[in-house]
Structure formats: structure tokens, C-alpha cells
Design a protein around this ligand. Structure first.
Ligand code: ADP
Ligand code: MG
Length: 681
């Protein structure tokens, strides 16, 4: 029996001091259960242990290569330990490791500046090492390897096994998470499996207690897939259940829409007075939405799916305009303040072109209620801060538009349902890469609309991987583009966990580039630590052309629309999921002119196939599938956020799993088995 329970506060777990408890709280980990739901991001597999003799053999087979790229796990006996100091007082530890059965086969290990290691290693110790080897003449050297001494009969903790790796949270790193979780290991038996065993077998799942055990304490690599499968299915089942419940709530009366005669007289004004011609797809979606609003008595709940840059915004504005004409207010919810600001600016632009007198009102957390109160229907635009306002201030609502992922997690839809007179229709816009056949049923939307084509006939963006030796030329090219008045984004990834560090690293890089390449070119910086006001100001300058090169973190990823930006330059590109790269690439070439996307990997050798695939494919769905297939379900964690729906373990671009969760869901419903909230509670 364990001394802990699932609901116990995490602060009561041994080794979790007050300070660590506070850090865990910050990461949303309050109870022992929450700790179990802090899933590993990957695993370090050091189960393939080579003897020293085997290392020699392997290198002979690869005689032409001077080193092996991957880290190796090597076991041997220490035959000597020496600690020396250089003239500059730098310490070097050098040890010799011999094969257990063949003392003539030897390799060396070297550590710099870690003198304390000499105290923990002794002649005769049986040790497992993990690190990269290099061949120097006849010598084989392991530089700065991790190590663990094998004590008689005891299992190793860190090496020689499959060990989970956790995302760092504040000061809490992987060894802490491993330690906390090993303390509560026995609690896994308290998770209750509610799905019959024979069903689990059919779906290649571990039962819940075993799944929790194997995800955090796998004995071998094969443990992980059955565990992941069970937990990911659980999360998807819960998600689906939530949507199903929301939908039940949704059976309420909707306000009446304008008549078709009125549509016919009003619509042309909106569709004609645009800087472009609507695509057939856009016109079709608009007319389908109009029909559904005109024909149904109940509040609808529609998903408008369209790949990045497919032109969802204008569709939603035209529909919004018609609802205003019907005499009802409209709300547009955006996931970020930057995006809300952008929507407000374009709404005003369109309303002016349409000679529309309805007001566009931006709602922020500090907006005063008095200012919002309006007798006339208006278009309210804001982030989720808007959800905290008293609903009555918005007057009679006809439609709520939810841009991007934002509807998930919080039950926005439920929020707007009123038992009173009418409930507004909901229109969710999404670029989540999810197949058409599944989007419809999976999310429990009453209806789904798809924008399949892009406004620009051919996707006019050339994508290219830039090797390090070409980097200089590439920056020079960006500078030349700027001299022609063309705009570039230079994206630097989130390398540091802390946004403050991130911001300072970004500033340094930008200053360097400014000095060496962009001397007379107006350059700006954008990152998450800036205030909204600063962000808007920079984006406005970029939009107007006062700034031509924008160095930024991936904050620009979601939805930013600067139509004439023409170059996207992504550093450390291999760190991003392809779906995320796709979002970034979707920021350029929006005006249909020639645009460029440059990917700069950190390392010239790694993952070239993946980035090359990206360069030759332009559909979000293809890219998400590729990552899934090639990074494998073992890496299912890596692309969790590709669709911007915050999931803990499942992946919405894992189509096979989505399909399975769908059949499993109906099977459980058929058998009257209810789905408890375990992961998403
Ligand atoms: P998303 O679907 O990713 O939200 P947006 O709605 O932001 O895409 O549209 C992308 C860009 O394409 C915007 O600059 C928009 O003005 C433009 N656009 C939308 N529809 C058309 C069209 N029919 N023809 C040309 N450009 C269009
Ligand atoms: Mg958008």
C-alpha cells in the first residue's frame, strides 16, 4: 500500500519542499494526480549497452568515419583515474576504461572543469557511461559523458534503462520530477480503469494503472506505446465528452436572421467593395452560412476550417455585417491582444468601405461598462477578457465568432447560451490540421464548413534550407530586399524557458545583425515580454513600412496579417514542428506576390529530409501527417500544440488515434459506460 493518495497536495510528497511546492503550483501541479499528468516529453533510451570491445568493433566497421553522431552507452571497468591542471588552472580528468573481458581493449573518458568527478570514480569500478565518442588517431575518447556506477545487484537509476525526460518548469528539472514521481510510484494502482479489459486489448492499450506506471517508469521502450495509447485515448474521449455535453446545452432558440430578400439587397455591397474578389470557396461558405441561419430555429455551432491564409477573416466579417443588419450585436473573440487589435483595424477598414454605420468596439479588461453599453447593435472585438464582462452589456447577441483555437479549454460556447429569449449562433474559425472527415464528427460541431482553396491561385512562396556557409549571403539578401522596400520577419525560437532570457538573447542577436548586415535599414524587435502597446506600435510600424526587418520570437505565429511581408527567415528551424513552421510561413506572401521562406537549421546535418519535405509541400494537413509518420508516435508529444489546442498527451494530427477514439467513444456509449474526467479535470 502506498502512503500517498491521488488527491493529496503535492506539497506533502517527500522531497517536495515549500519552495518546490510553490514552483509546482505555478506549473498547475497541485495534487499527486497533477504530478502524474505532467507527462514526459521524451525518453532517453540507454538500454543498448556496448562493451568497450564492441565499441572498437563498431568503429572498425565505420573505418571511414571519424566519429559517430549519436551518443552511445558503454560499460567497462575503470583502470586509471588522473586529475591534472593546465597552466591556466583548468582541471582535466582523464580515465581509462577497459573491456571487462579483454583488458587490452581500452577507451578514455575526459571531463573538463569538473574536478569533483575524480572523487567519485575509482580504479576497479564497474561503470556505465553515456556520451559522444570521438576518434583521435588510435585513441577513442568519450568527452564529458554522463556516468553511473553499477553496484552489485542494484538496478541503475539513470543509465542502462529507459528514463523519462520532463520539460523544465521554473527551477524544477528532470531529476526532480523523476525523484518526486518515484516517491509516489505506488499510487498508480489507485487510478481506476473503467473500460473492460477485452476492449482495451482490442485497442492496444494498457489498463490505466499500468499505463500511468509505464509512462513514468517504463522498463523497456515497448512499454511506452501501450501506455501512451491508453492515456491519449483517455484524453480524446474526455475532450469529445465535453463537446458532446456542450452541444446538448446548445439546443436553444436562436434569434431570427434577415430574410433572403434583404440578403439579396445587402450582400452585394459587402462582396463588391473589397480590395479583392472573393474566391468561389469563400462565396460558397458565405451562402451556406446564410442558408443555415435563415433556415434553422436553433442556435448553430459551426466550425469554419481553412488552412493558414485561406481567408477566413473576411468571411466572418461579412457574416457579422449581415447579423448587424438583422439588428443583433456580434462578438469576435481572438486568442491574443495583438490579433484582436489587428481584427479591429481591419473591421474598421471594411466598415468604412461598406459605409456601415455600426460601431466597432474593442473590449479590453479595463473597458468601462458604461462605454460598452449601447442601444445600437455593434461589433465587439476582444480576447477572453471579454468573457468576464457582464453579457447584458453587449445587447442582443446574434453571433459569436471565435477565432483560432480559443474555444477550447474554457467553455466559451456555454458562456453565451442564455435560457432567456435567444442564444447566439457560434462560428469557430480554425486552421487546426485535421482531416475533413473527422473534424465534423470529432468536435461535435453541428456543422462544418471548409475553405479548400487559397485566394492566391498558386502558393507563391519559395522555401529553402540555408546551410551555415550560406548564412552570410542570406542576410545580405535580406538587406538588399529591404533596400527595395520589401519586408522580412527574422524568427528566433524559444531556446530559453524564461521569457526574460529569451528577450535579452533576441536583443543581442538583433543588435549583431543590425551592426553587420542592416546598418541603414530600419529594424525592430518583437517578443512576448513587451506590453501590448509596444507590440501594437511595432507591428504598426512594420505594416506601414517604417520598419523593414522585424526580429521576433514566434509570438507572431498566430494569425498576424501583414500582406506585403515577403520573407520569413526561421532560425533553428528543426526545433519547430512542421505545422508550426507552416503557420510561420503563412505570414508571408499574403498579397500574392513572390515570397520566400528560409529555414536555418542549427546543425547542417540533422533532419534535412524533414525540412526538405516542408520546402516542397504547402498543405497544413500533409505537413502534420509527415511529422507524425516520421517523428513517430514516440514523439507524439512533440507536436501536441500543432493545432493550438492545448493537450497534455494526445495529438490532434494523429489521425489514426482520432479515428480510434471515435469508434471507442460510440462503443462505450452503446454499453452505457460513462467517461470520467481524469486527465482534463
Ligand atoms: P486566415 O484564414 O489564415 O485567417 P486571413 O483571413 O488572415 O487568413 O487572410 C489572409 C490574407 O488573404 C489577408 O491578407 C486577406 O486580406 C487576404 N484575402 C482574403 N480573401 C482574399 C481573396 N479572395 N483574394 C485575395 N486576397 C484575399
Ligand atoms: Mg486568421
Amino acid at each position: 500500500m502506498s502512503e500517498y493518495t491521488l488527491s493529496q497536495p503535492v506539497s506533502q510528497v517527500r522531497y517536495v519542499g515549500p519552495q518546490k511546492a510553490e514552483e509546482l503550483e505555478k506549473a498547475g501541479i497541485h495534487s499527486v494526480t497533477d504530478l502524474f499528468h505532467y507527462f514526459p516529453t521524451k525518453y532517453k533510451d540507454t538500454t543498448e549497452i556496448l562493451s568497450v570491445a564492441e565499441v572498437h568493433e563498431r568503429l572498425q566497421q565505420l573505418a571511414l568515419f571519424s566519429n559517430i553522431a549519436d551518443k552511445l552507452t558503454i560499460r567497462g571497468i575503470i583502470t586509471s583515474v588522473s586529475l591534472v591542471y593546465t597552466r591556466t588552472r583548468k582541471s582535466i580528468i582523464e580515465i581509462h576504461i577497459a573491456d571487462a573481458n579483454n583488458p587490452l581493449k581500452v577507451i578514455q573518458a575526459i571531463w573538463f572543469q569538473q574536478p569533483y568527478i575524480a572523487k567519485s570514480l575509482h580504479e576497479g569500478d564497474d561503470v556505465i557511461f553515456w556520451g559522444k565518442i570521438q576518434q583521435k588517431g588510435k585513441k577513442i575518447i568519450l568527452y564529458n559523458p554522463e556516468y553511473e556506477i553499477v553496484r552489485d545487484g542494484k538496478a541503475t537509476v539513470h543509465l542502462g534503462r529507459v528514463s523519462p525526460v520532463y520539460r523544465k518548469s521554473g527551477q524544477i528539472t528532470t531529476p526532480y520530477f523523476r525523484r518526486f514521481l518515484s516517491e509516489v510510484k505506488d499510487v498508480t494502482s489507485q487510478f481506476v480503469e473503467y473500460i473492460p479489459l477485452e476492449v482495451l486489448r482490442e485497442y492496444k492499450c494498457d489498463p490505466l494503472p499500468l499505463a500511468y506506471e509505464h509512462i513514468h517508469y517504463p522498463e523497456r521502450k515497448t512499454n511506452i506505446s501501450l501506455a501512451t495509447q491508453r492515456l491519449a485515448l483517455q484524453e480524446l474521449l474526455e475532450l469529445r465528452e465535453t463537446f458532446a455535453k456542450e452541444r446538448q446545452l446548445q439546443q436553444v432558440k436562436a434569434p431570427p436572421f434577415i430574410s433572403f430578400t434583404q440578403v439579396n439587397s445587402l450582400l452585394p455591397n459587402y462582396t463588391k467593395n473589397l480590395p479583392f474578389k472573393l474566391t468561389n470557396g469563400q462565396s460558397q461558405v458565405i451562402s451556406d452560412l446564410i442558408s443555415s441561419y435563415a433556415e434553422t430555429k436553433f442556435a448553430t455551432d459551426t466550425l469554419l476550417y481553412g488552412d493558414v491564409g485561406s481567408g477566413k477573416t473576411i468571411v466572418s466579417f461579412i457574416i457579422a455585417a449581415l447579423w448587424l443588419d438583422a439588428g443583433y450585436s456580434v462578438i469576435l473573440l481572438a486568442p491574443t491582444t495583438v490579433l484582436a487589435q489587428q481584427h479591429e483595424t481591419s473591421a474598421n477598414k471594411y466598415f468604412t468601405a461598406w459605409k456601415k454605420t455600426h460601431e466597432v468596439i474593442k473590449v479590453t479588461s479595463t473597458s468601462k461598462s458604461k462605454k460598452l453599453l449601447t442601444n445600437e447593435p455593434a461589433l465587439f472585438i476582444g480576447t477572453h477578457a471579454l468573457l468576464h464582462k457582464d453579457k447584458s452589456q453587449f445587447g442582443d447577441l446574434g453571433l459569436v465568432i471565435i477565432d483560432e483555437q480559443h474555444r477550447f479549454g474554457v467553455s466559451q460556447r456555454e458562456h453565451f447560451v442564455t435560457k432567456k429569449k435567444y442564444s447566439p449562433h457560434i462560428l469557430s474559425l480554425s486552421a487546426t490540421p485535421i482531416p475533413r472527415s473527422l473534424a465534423h464528427s470529432f468536435f461535435g460541431f453541428n456543422d462544418a464548413q471548409f475553405l479548400d482553396e487559397r485566394p492566391q491561385k498558386d502558393y507563391n512562396i519559395s522555401s529553402k534550407v540555408v546551410k551555415h556557409e550560406k548564412l552570410d549571403a542570406a542576410y545580405t539578401w535580406v538587406a538588399e530586399q529591404a533596400k527595395l522596400g520589401k519586408k522580412s520577419f527574422l524568427v528566433f525560437p524559444l531556446i530559453e524557458e524564461s521569457e526574460t532570457l529569451q528577450a535579452s538573447a533576441l536583443k543581442e542577436r538583433a543588435a549583431f545583425l543590425q551592426e553587420h548586415y542592416f546598418q541603414n535599414i530600419p529594424t525592430g524587435i518583437l517578443h512576448g515580454r513587451m506590453t501590448d502597446k509596444e507590440k501594437f506600435a511595432i507591428l504598426e510600424q512594420f505594416a506601414s513600412g517604417e520598419i523593414l526587418v522585424l526580429c521576433c520570437t514566434p509570438v507572431i505565429e498566430v494569425g498576424i496579417d501583414i500582406p506585403d511581408a515577403s520573407t520569413m527567415f526561421i532560425h533553428s528551424a528543426e526545433r519547430f514542428g512542421l505545422a508550426q513552421l507552416h503557420q510561420l510561413r503563412g505570414r508571408v506572401g499574403r498579397d500574392g506576390n513572390k515570397a520566400y521562406c528560409f529555414l536555418v537549421p542549427d546543425d547542417n546535418e540533422t533532419e534535412n529530409d524533414r525540412l526538405e519535405y516542408f520546402c516542397t509541400h504547402s498543405k497544413g494537413l500533409d505537413l502534420a501527417s509527415y511529422d507524425l509518420k516520421n517523428r513517430g508516435p514516440g514523439n507524439i508529444f512533440g507536436t501536441k500544440q500543432s493545432g493550438f489546442i492545448q493537450l497534455k498527451i494526445a495529438d490532434l494530427s494523429h489521425f489514426k488515434l482520432l479515428k480510434e477514439s471515435e469508434t471507442l467513444y460510440f462503443l462505450l456509449k452503446e454499453r452505457n459506460i460513462s467517461i470520467p474526467s481524469i486527465i482534463r479535470s
